[in-house]
Design a protein. Structure first.
Lengths: 373, 620
């Protein structure tokens, strides 16, 4: 294998895989990145066996070949070499890659490409077309609700299905950690499959999210039986589908309310941020006193003191006191994009529904209250 | 003459839980002194050198043994005190396992001189590492004299677990105090390295003995108590509200004459003092509870400090009620802060104590809330004996934090009767955990840290368990409701037990449950930061527990906190990021009892530079 590649192109290729390669595995090869050079350029692949990445990059190929090299080391070399182009040469039958840049020379021992795990890379066939804004919002509005606790694997990912609504079909992502739930539907084109559903793992979605902002353009998704692949231009990101049960989420979304509150999103977030300074430790319990004309948010620490703030609101229904984890509430409010948000609440022990004030888009958040003493 | 010592039937042996009897010098002495008491001694002299490692001797004027008996006593499970299965369930004497003497003889140079009353010639026998090396006639000492030298000489691993002579001595003193309080009619003398630490003449009354052991001033604040109900008898001394301690080392509780650490009993006593003593203060009590032998199982643990009652809630009510009534009759009003001096923090063992070489304390650090957990080490660092601390008893107090030992005595005893070390800072101020510099995580289980030139090793599970336990125990946790209730199929009985009996306690901890249809329990809310699945696992444990026992609400709450803490803590094998370690250390700083996990295992062991240097055979 012998090729010359632009330094910038090499850096871009390697930067993307740094979050994917697994450094702590007992299998050293997955800390490596696969370089495969052919007539059409260089393919770079990385995997931790759960998620994987394949990108194609331009290079001047003199002689084809493949080898895996330590991802971290190669990235450091790429960033620091003194020239704008870098030459790679792997002598026939050798596993030692020679890298030359101006007067710098490196020789690194790699591992045979034959031992690298197979990295899925579906063909060009049309899958589901997801506009960039759709895929970005689907992830942003659900990722934070995915459970990090590995005791129930079904909750460690986003549940995905196609949903037919009045004004068209959306792809829906739903996530929950058992205390709160995020739901977001966004338009797509293509066929997802009637009655089909699947689970996308948290790490995969978090890595995919980074790639989305890394470039521009819509994404094509292919959902296989065990893998989901997302492709944009020359890069393809795949993740293994999560196995597990996801709860019947529609049952959890309240369909009626006794109190409805319309409130300015920014004002509410700011109030929660200030008040929860005095909320005790991890779960930041805060009390919402909902009365006509406003919501008073109170936090209290027995040893330290308390804080409260009144936020103007339009309230329908009777007065109510209810407790929430302030962080859950802020996460949901921050994920909404409208200026005004709507809270629908039953009683002090039943779920609270948070929706965009205009009620237009297919998104909502459900937060379970905390029991107040 | 009929031989009094007999071999137990195999079936009896099988009923006796196997286990180590001999943990440390103090346990040797306990076994030997109990034998002396059982032999009808009126005078027992205990001599100890170098914390018991060099020499321990127990001399009594009891009934003595024939040569046949003496030899027989070296057979495992040879005991003169018990003969058949039925007997095992009606145990009236103190020792019965028949393991003690052979166990001791197997790990020491053991010398026994004994003779029966009236006989001129007795027997002398020497056993080294279990082998009888000398068996000869000797002048009868009119009782039995046992000398144990070089304990653990052939078990280097056990030697490693021995602490410094001072620490071991503290345990010895503790053990002798416990034994002597239980037998006022027997004169006790304890001599350590040539100094008389205790000289308690025969006494008719417990008060007299208490004055000799606990100090005259303490004894003045004790009032007698007697009560009887439904076959149970309670007798002893309880402290007036004017006397209190910062730890539970003043709780001398005995069941059928045997010293026990039983959470039912401790809980009952403390509940009686609730509202009488301030928070974090503990009474001094010497209480003897007699219950029919068949209503108590003393065979729970080889060292026999733990018992199990057939009906623990009845015992709880009886004991708590009796102490409560007695306190009411001395007009114990909620405590007056000003009058509640730290008597036990600054005790004088007794007026008679001074001649034994104990002067008044010359240097005493102000009472610190953690002082009780530092007992053993404090002994190490105490000034020389002449000016030393006159309260070996206090120092020898239960090393596990009082509440923890109450919560989890059962398992504490099973795992390790007390934290072995690492919980003491001598006379120095308690270090801040957050000042520890993390060096590394070892085996994904231990945190190696450095502070002021010392190597500190933390058990990450024990430390985190303590943090979670305290958080839970504080109660008033806010339940975060679940979107979808977790359903536990426990069966009708267990579901009802958990929902009805444990429901209120659970909600205190931030757990909401309700019976959900037939034999299914719905978990509807969990405390902050705890995954539903972990709570679920703890509820299963709880259901098992409730199927077997009827704990008091207080015990139940502590038990639950313990179960949850164990389930919810990091375990060995969890890799911790440095940031997580820092958070853990900071949390430990906020706790009074940070040096032991809720089960009494130590959270931290420290080695100074000299310790480490010794590993490499260098002197410094």
């Amino acid at each position: 294998m012998e090729f010359v590649i632009a330094k910038d192109e090499l850096i871009r290729a390697l930067a993307r895989v740094q979050g994917i390669v697994e450094k702590r595995s007992t299998n050293p090869i997955i800390a490596n990145v696969l370089l495969e050079v052919g007539e059409d350029g260089m393919k770079v692949a990385a995997t931790d066996t759960e998620v994987s990445f394949v990108g194609r990059y331009a290079c001047e190929a003199a002689r084809p070949g493949r080898l895996t090299l330590g991802a971290r080391q190669l990235y450091d070399i790429a960033r620091l070499v003194p020239t704008d182009t870098v030459s790679f040469n792997l002598p026939e039958g050798s596993l030692q890659m020679e890298i030359t840049s101006g007067k710098s020379f490196f020789k690194i021992l790699g591992l045979s490409a034959d031992e690298f795990p197979a990295v899925p890379e579906p063909g060009e066939e049309a899958g589901v077309l997801l506009p960039m804004a759709s895929i970005r919002e689907l992830i942003d509005k659900t990722l934070f609700s995915i459970s990090s606790d590995d005791t129930r694997t079904g909750l460690n990912g986003a549940y995905v299905e196609a949903k037919e609504l009045e004004d068209g079909t959306v792809m829906r992502f739903v996530a929950t950690d058992g205390h709160r739930l995020s739901l977001c539907g966004r338009p797509f084109t293509g066929s997802f499959g009637e009655g089909r559903s699947l689970l996308l793992p948290k790490k995969g979605l978090a890595e995919l999210r980074k790639l989305i902002d890394d470039g521009d353009g819509d994404w094509t998704a292919n959902f296989g039986d065990t893998q989901a692949s997302f492709r944009r231009g020359s890069i393809c990101f795949s993740m293994r589908l999560l196995e597990g049960d996801f709860p019947d989420y529609e049952q959890v979304v309240p369909s009626s309310w006794q109190r409805r509150v319309m409130v300015q999103r920014d004002a509410m977030i700011a109030a929660l941020r200030r008040v929860s300074i005095l909320a005790s430790e991890k779960s930041h319990p805060v009390r919402f006193a909902i009365i006509n004309g406003g919501v008073t948010v109170t936090a209290r620490q027995p040893e330290t003191g308390e804080a409260h703030e009144e936020v103007e609101a339009q309230v329908e229904g009777t007065d109510l006191e209810i407790g929430f984890n302030a962080r859950y509430f802020r996460d949901a409010l921050a994920a909404l994009s409208t200026d005004v948000v709507m809270l629908e609440i039953g009683d002090s022990l039943s779920p609270c529904l948070i929706k965009p004030g205009d009620g237009n888009s297919d998104e909502l958040f459900v937060i379970m209250p905390m029991r107040l003493e | 003459m009929v031989a009094k010592v007999r071999l137990l039937d195999d079936s009896v042996i099988n009923k006796i839980a196997a286990g180590e009897v001999i943990e440390r010098p103090a346990s040797v002495l306990k076994e030997l002194v109990e034998n002396s008491v059982d032999a009808g001694a009126t005078r027992i002299t205990v001599e100890v050198e170098k914390g018991g490692r060099a020499l321990m001797s127990v001399t009594d004027d009891g009934c003595g043994m024939s040569r046949e008996d003496a030899l027989m006593s070296l057979e495992r499970h040879a005991t003169s005190k018990i003969r058949s299965d039925e007997d095992l369930f009606s145990i009236d004497s103190l020792g019965f396992r028949g393991e003690a003497v052979p166990s001791i003889a197997a790990v020491s140079r053991f010398e026994l001189t004994t003779g029966e009353h009236g006989a001129d010639v007795g027997t002398r026998l020497v056993v080294e590492g279990g082998e009888v090396t000398v068996l000869e006639d000797a002048p009868s000492p009119g009782g039995t004299e046992i000398r144990v030298r070089r304990l653990f000489f052939n078990t280097p691993v056990r030697t490693r677990f021995l602490r410094s002579p001072r620490t071991e001595m503290a345990h010895v003193v503790d053990a002798v105090h416990r034994l002597s309080l239980a037998a006022p009619h027997v004169a006790f003398r304890l001599i350590a390295d040539g100094r008389r630490l205790l000289d308690a003449p025969r006494a008719d009354r417990l008060e007299t003995r208490a004055a000799a052991v606990l100090g005259a001033k303490t004894a003045q604040s004790l009032v007698p108590l007697q009560a009887e109900r439904a076959g149970m008898r309670l007798e002893g001394l309880v402290s007036k509200p004017s006397l209190s301690r910062a730890n539970n080392g003043g709780l001398y509780l005995y069941v059928n004459g045997r010293f026990v650490k039983d959470r039912t009993l401790v809980g009952a006593v403390l509940s009686a003092y609730r509202g009488v003593l301030g928070r974090g203060r503990y009474p001094v009590v010497v209480l003897f509870l007699d219950v029919p032998p068949d209503t108590v199982d003393v065979n729970v643990h080889p060292t026999k400090v733990e018992v199990r009652f057939v009906n623990s809630s009845e015992v709880w009510r009886f004991l708590g009620g009796a102490v409560s009534d007695r306190l009411a009759s001395v007009g114990a009003a909620p405590m007056d802060e000003a009058s509640a001096t730290d008597v036990a923090e600054d005790p004088e063992p007794s007026g008679e104590a001074a001649p034994f070489g104990f002067g008044p304390a010359v240097s005493r650090s102000p009472p610190r809330p953690f002082a009780r957990t530092l007992a053993a080490r404090a002994m190490d660092a105490a000034p020389p004996p002449d000016s030393g601390d006159p309260d070996p008893l206090g120092f020898a107090a239960e090393a596990a934090p009082p509440d923890a030992s109450r919560a989890c005595t059962a398992r504490a005893a099973a795992w390790s009767s007390r934290p072995r070390d690492g919980d003491g800072w001598g006379g120095r101020a308690r270090p801040r955990f957050s000042d520890l510099r993390l060096l590394a995580q070892y085996d994904a289980a231990f945190l190696l840290c450095e502070l002021d030139g010392e190597l500190m090793v933390l058990d990450q599970h024990a430390a985190h368990e303590r943090v979670v336990f305290e958080r839970l125990r504080a109660g008033g946790a806010t339940a975060q409701r679940l979107l979808v209730p977790e359903l536990l199929e426990l069966g009708p009985d267990r579901t009802a037990a958990v929902a009805e009996r444990a429901g209120p306690g659970l909600s205190e901890l931030g757990i909401e449950v309700s019976a959900f249809g037939d034999g299914t329990l719905a978990l509807q809310g969990v405390p902050r930061g705890l995954a539903a699945a972990r709570v679920r696992a703890a509820l299963h444990d709880l259901a098992d527990l409730l199927a077997e026992a009827t704990p008091t609400p207080e015990d139940l709450r502590l038990e639950l906190a313990g179960l949850l803490a164990c389930r919810a803590s990091v375990h060995a094998g969890d890799t911790l990021e440095p940031a997580a370690v820092r958070t853990l250390l900071a949390h430990l700083d906020g706790l009074d009892d940070a040096f032991a996990c809720p089960h009494g295992k130590p959270t931290l062991v420290r080695f100074d530079r000299a310790d480490v240097a010794r590993w490499f055979g260098s002197a410094r």
